[in-house]
Structure formats: C-alpha cells, structure tokens
Design a binder for this molecule. Structure first.
Ligand code: AGP
Length: 610
C-alpha cells in the first residue's frame, strides 16, 4: 500500500504536503515525491526521489519548489516497477500538464498501455500508475474533472487517486475504488489523504470517500459525485483519535493491527493466485518443464521465515514427493552445501535485505542453482539477486515480530507445493483438490478466531507469570511450536523453547514442574493420540498445559489447564490456523509484561548485518 496526500488552500502547499506525508510513512517508504502548481506562473513543478521521505526533504531543501497553494504528494510501497526515482510518484502525462498520485493496483494496465502508446503517449516509468495519467490526458479537452471521470471508468483494479492540472490551478480532483481515500475539510483549505493521520493536525472533519466516488476540491468547497457525475451528499464526520492511534487504525500496536490484517492478506493472495483448479506462480520465471526437472528443493531463511520454510518442507514433500532440504541461512552459507543445477533454492525473506539470506543466495548461485525468492518488499536486494520472485504483497510489516508476513509465506509455500504436485505427482490430484477448497475458507476461519481473541487474551494473562515456556508440536506443527516460542521470547523476553513433542523424553522433560507453562499444539490429526500421550507425560510432572485444539474436541479438556480452540480445517492447513492464537498469546503476554511490543529490545525489523 502507499500513502497519498493532496492539498488546496491558503497555506504553503509544499510544507503542508511534506509534513502530512511523513505521517503516512508507515504505509510505504521506498520512494516519494511532490507535485505542485506554481502560484505565479501557473506551471506544474515536481520533485521525487528514491528512499525515505527524508531524501525528498533534502532534495527540496537543495532545490526548493516555487510557492504554491495546490499540490499532491506520495510515499510508495512498490508493486509494479522497482522502487527508484523513475517509478516514484507523481506521474505526469506527455504534455506535463497533468500530474497524479495513486495507491492501488491497476489490473488492466498492460492492455491500456499498449493502446495509449499506439496513440503516441510516451511512457517513462515501469509502473501501472502511469497508465492512468496518460488515459486522463487522452480524454482531456480542457475539463480535468470530466477527463478523470472518463478515465476511471476504463480502469480495473484498485485505486485511490489525486489529480492536478496546470490549467486548473485552484482545483484538486480525487477518485477511489478499492483503496482508501479520505477528504479533510478545513478552514479555507481542503485535503485528500490515504488515511486520517496525514491531516489530523489541520482538521478533524473527515469525509470518507466511498468506492465509486469522485470529488472536486477547491480551497473553499468540496463536491462529491459518483463515477457517472451525479452529485452525492457526503457526510462529514468528526474524528477524535490521536495521530499515533490513527496510524495504527485504532489498534494499540502495529503488531496487533498486522495480526488483524491477515484475513485480508490471505484473501488477496487467494484471489491473485488460485484460479479455479490452477495455481498461478506469476513471477516465478520457471517453465513447467524447468519445475519438472527440479530434483531437490533447498529452502534457506532466517527466524520466522525459516519456520515458514519448515512448514514448506512438510507440504512440498507430502504433495510433490520432491525431496526438500532446509537450512538457516547463516549455516547454509558456510557448510559448503550439496547443490547443483537440478536444485531449486527457495529463499524466504519478508524484508529481502537479511544479510545471511542474501549471502546464502549468492553461495547457491555460485554452485549453479536456480534461486527463487518469497519476499514482501518489491525491488529489495534479495529480489534483484533471484531468478524469480513470488511477492506476498502483505503490505508493510512495521512490527518487528513477523505475523502477517509469516502466514503469507506459508500460504505461498502451499501454492508452490500444489503447483509442484500438479506437475510432478499426478497421484496427488485428489489431495491438492481438497486442499485448494479448504484454503478458500482460511480468511473466514481467521476472522472467526479473531472474534474469540478476548478468550485468548484471558488465557495469556493467566499464564504471563511463568518464567519459562515450552512449545510442543509434532509433524507439520513442529514448526508451529518453534514459531510460537520465537514470537513469545522476542516480544516478552521470557525464555521460551519450541520442541518436537516426541523429543521431550530425550531430555527436555527434565525441565517440567509446576513452574513451567507448556503450550501444546494439538489439532485433530493422524498423530493426535501421540500428542495426548506427550501431554499426559507433562501433566504427570505437574507441568501447566495450554492446549491449542480443534473446536469440538472434548477429549483434550481433562488433560489441559487451558484450551484455546481453533476451527476445524484440513490437517495440512493447521499450521496456518494455529499461527493466529500463538501470535495473540505472545502479544497479550508481552503487553502484560509492559514490553515494547512493536520495537522489542536488541532487535531490528531487518537484520542487514551478519
Ligand atoms: C520474526 O518475528 C523476527 N523478527 C525475525 O526472526 C525475522 O523473521 C528474521 O530476521 C528474518 O527476517 P526476513 O524475513 O526479513 O529475512
């Protein structure tokens, strides 16, 4: 997602736009820009640069823009086109009369671009956004509102738009479908923005533009229309949030907000990648034959991404019957791994900047392997060094503890496993068919778990006094135990260890007494009874048991001190379903401990050093 701001009013547009934009940096920060209409010469001018908004600020200090009272600005989270100056917004038409900023994805941009090029429009960037401004220009005959109105009706996908034109130096145009856009109603000034924090210092009077609506703004009036140009009576709300709260959209922490974004993230992934009975691995850049030739998959990653990779190992082997090795990147890079051109290395990284994973990828390529990455940041270093990339498009993950990126990585690995199975293992078709059907239910299952978060919070608070936690799981939920332990330790600083439940009797059971909390991941599965045996061993030694179990499971009750239920799903999908309560347990214990949930001590969001 990106952040956009527009301003028209009596104050300096440049300083207003810059200050407002900074409050949207959490929405994306790989490049930014400002476009204004010069108050005297009635000419449009702009500045844009790669990197954070601070880079744009430095550029403006060195090369100030002229005085203006009308402008638009943008901070980017790249989806199409690398994060560089050329692709930064605002984008302009060939005549440089019309400028726009955009948040969203235009699905039919390629066909529109072809037609516009035939008509002589000159494109500069690799973005989908640039199509919009040339389309407006194509319709433009002196009336910027009607040209924009005609253009938006040709677009498919999601967009929140800010449009200015040098022939209309007092007017700002806005339009939206699928991406948020609000209007701030000020005193002789009006605003548009992706989110309320951007303009809260200037006004708390907000019009929440709805899908299929446009607006014209001057310094003294705001008019709202539908896409057919019919006037709409817009309600002006008054918000009472603090700026900080609104950036988190009312959640206490970015981590909690990102936990709640997971149903939408999974939904957009399913929509983008599950096409009937087929899976789209757009971005992989490998033919089916090349996939068929893969004899060995090697997954490299760090931390939470490594745990996602462990789930990937189970499902790719189960579905495609292709051997999968996995290593933490920091080990892989020094172990002289056995890989060759028949090996497909899968590098998983939310940030795409993790030094160990980058080094592992270089090592793999030196040994002749093809490398594909599963990544959340468009144009990151890892992406540039990979032969193919599967973007999770989970949106910026601000909380240091990875949540939505983890579940998006696991989801992407399911897509990969299904694709591999369809190419390499005809016998797996019934299983992949069942899985694809069950995957479509996941967003709804996540939503239902989030509805029961109060109960999960209670369990967390009742157990937050324990000085040490064990997390146990088996088979495909062994990685879930590791991930649950990592989530807890990294945001609450409580010692927590994830273990394969079957391994307890080989040593760790010595830890068990009434002072230990043991989280057992025990959904319905073929190894359910095995887990119950392990739980009984712990209970016999007075361990306090928190079970994550399947709704309706009565058998677990006498064995556990607390039970957190999750909805029933396909056994192979349980890691995705149990991830949510494990995240919430860690979150609520951390809050109870008074820790800095979003920026835990000693940690960084992206570990760009060895
Ligand atoms: C996850 O909660 C941690 N913050 C950390 O383990 C993280 O997963 C790891 O550093 C890998 O980061 P990446 O996905 O950006 O490569």
């Amino acid at each position: 997602m990106c952040g956009i701001v527009g301003y028209v009013g009596h104050q300096s547009a440049v300083s207003m736009l810059l200050n407002s934009l900074k409050k949207l940096e959490y929405r994306g920060y790989d490049s930014s820009g400002i476009g204004i209409v010069d108050a005297n010469k009635r000419k449009i001018a702009f500045r844009k640069d790669q990197g954070k908004i601070s880079n744009l600020e430095k550029m403006l200090n060195a090369r100030p823009l002229p005085e203006s009272h009308l402008g638009i600005s943008h901070t980017r989270w790249a989806t199409h086109g690398a994060p560089n100056k050329k692709n930064a917004h605002p984008h302009f038409d060939t005549s440089k009369k019309i400028f726009i900023v955009h948040n969203g994805i235009i699905e039919n941009y390629e066909s529109l671009k072809k037609d516009l090029i035939k008509k002589g429009h000159k494109f500069i960037s690799d973005t989908d956004t640039e199509v919009i401004v040339h389309l407006i220009s194509d319709f433009y005959n002196g009336d910027i509102f009607h040209a924009t109105q005609k253009a938006v009706k040709k677009l498919r996908g999601a967009f929140a738009l800010g449009v200015i034109c040098e022939d209309s130096p007092e007017q700002l145009i806005a339009a939206r479908i699928g991406s948020p856009l609000i209007i701030g109603v000020g005193d002789h000034e009006n605003f548009i923005a992706s989110d309320v924090p951007a303009i809260l210092e200037s006004t708390n009077k907000i019009i929440y533009l709805k899908d299929g609506q446009m607006a014209t703004l001057t310094s003294d009036r705001v008019d709202v229309f539908d896409f057919d140009g019919k006037p709409v009576k817009a309600k002006v709300d008054e918000v009472t949030f603090s700026v900080d709260a609104v950036q988190k959209q009312g959640f206490d922490h970015f981590m909690l907000k990102e936990i709640h974004e997971q149903p939408a993230v999974l939904e957009q992934m399913l929509k983008a990648r599950l096409k009937g009975s087929k899976v789209s691995l757009e971005g992989l850049h490998l033919t089916d034959q090349q996939l068929k030739d893969v004899e060995h998959v090697f997954i490299v990653a760090c931390g939470t991404a490594y745990h996602a990779g462990l789930v990937g190992k189970y499902i790719i082997e189960k579905l495609a019957r292709t051997p999968v090795s996995i290593d933490v990147s920091s080990e892989f890079r020094y172990r002289d791994p056995i890989i060759d051109k028949k090996t497909l290395v899968v590098a998983i990284s939310q940030s795409g900047e993790t030094a160990d994973t980058l080094a592992a990828v270089r090592e793999a390529k030196n040994k002749g392997a093809k490398v594909v990455s599963i990544c959340n940041v468009v144009g990151s270093s890892l992406v540039r060094e990979s032969d193919g990339v599967l973007y999770t498009h989970a949106g910026p993950e601000i909380g240091v503890a990875s949540t939505k990126a983890y579940t998006a990585q696991v989801m992407m690995l399911f897509f990969m496993a299904i694709k591999f199975s369809q190419i390499k293992n005809e016998k797996g078709s019934a299983l992949t068919k069942d899985l694809m059907a069950a995957m479509k239910e996941l967003p709804a299952l996540y939503t239902s778990i989030l509805k029961s978060k109060r109960g999960i919070a209670q369990v967390a608070r009742k157990n937050s006094h324990f000085g040490c936690f064990l997390f146990l799981g088996r088979n495909i939920n062994f990685p879930s135990a590791l991930e649950g332990a990592l989530k807890l330790k990294e945001i609450s600083y409580i010692p927590a260890e994830g273990y394969a439940a079957g391994e307890m009797k080989h040593g760790p059971i010595a830890l068990i007494d009434e002072y230990r909390a043991v989280v057992c991941v025990v959904p319905q599965s073929d190894i359910y009874e095995k887990m119950i045996s392990n739980i009984q061993e712990i209970k016999a030694r007075k361990g306090k048991i928190i079970a994550i179990a399947t709704e309706g499971d009565q058998q677990i009750k006498p064995h556990a001190n607390h039970v957190v239920y999750v909805p029933r799903t396909h056994e192979l999908l349980t890691p995705l379903v149990v991830a949510l309560p494990l995240q919430l347990i860690a979150y609520y214990i951390s809050v109870q401990q008074g820790c800095d949930v979003d920026q835990p001590r000693n940690l960084a969001k992206s570990v760009t050093v060895e």
